[in-house]
Design a protein around this ligand. Structure first.
Ligand code: SF4
Ligand code: SF4
Length: 124
């Protein structure tokens, strides 16, 4: 989470991370919540102003900040809890795969719990 916020926002800030780790410390369980890059992305469909689109090169979701009106419908539409929201700037925080070089993957040297695997075509 810190690697993500540093890469995307230039700051160590857990609330600004695109990836979230839900901690259930009483049972020693840690659940990651992150964009899974759906081929049929509910967030894109839900956006009423077309502020979300598919990056043709990486396949990730791109946000047009100027078009976004902060309605949070993309947050609600994601079935994986993969879209976060920044209430200060009133914009969603969506993983863009760091342009194809994910900082979170780079940070998880051990135990390499996060891996970057391309499993769908860019056209999907
Ligand atoms: S918060 Fe922005 S990107 Fe998300 S659905 Fe609303 S207008 Fe679209
Ligand atoms: S790929 Fe980049 S934007 Fe996506 S969760 Fe990892 S660090 Fe954040």
């Amino acid at each position: 989470m810190l690697a993500c916020s540093l890469a995307k926002e230039g700051a160590f800030s857990l609330p600004l991370s695109r990836i979230r780790i839900i901690r259930h410390e009483e049972i020693a369980e840690f659940t990651p919540k992150v964009c899974v890059q759906c081929s049929d992305a509910s967030c894109i469909t839900a956006c009423p102003v077309g502020a979300l689109s598919r990056n043709a090169d990486t396949g990730a979701i791109n946000l047009d900040r100027d078009a976004c009106m902060g309605c949070r419908q993309c947050v609600t539409a994601c079935p994986y809890g993969g879209v976060q929201f920044d209430p200060i700037r009133n914009i969603p925080l969506i993983c863009d795969l760091c342009g194809g070089a994910p900082a979170c993957v780079e940070a998880c040297q051990l135990p390499q719990a996060i891996r970057y695997v391309q499993y769908a075509s860019k056209e999907a």
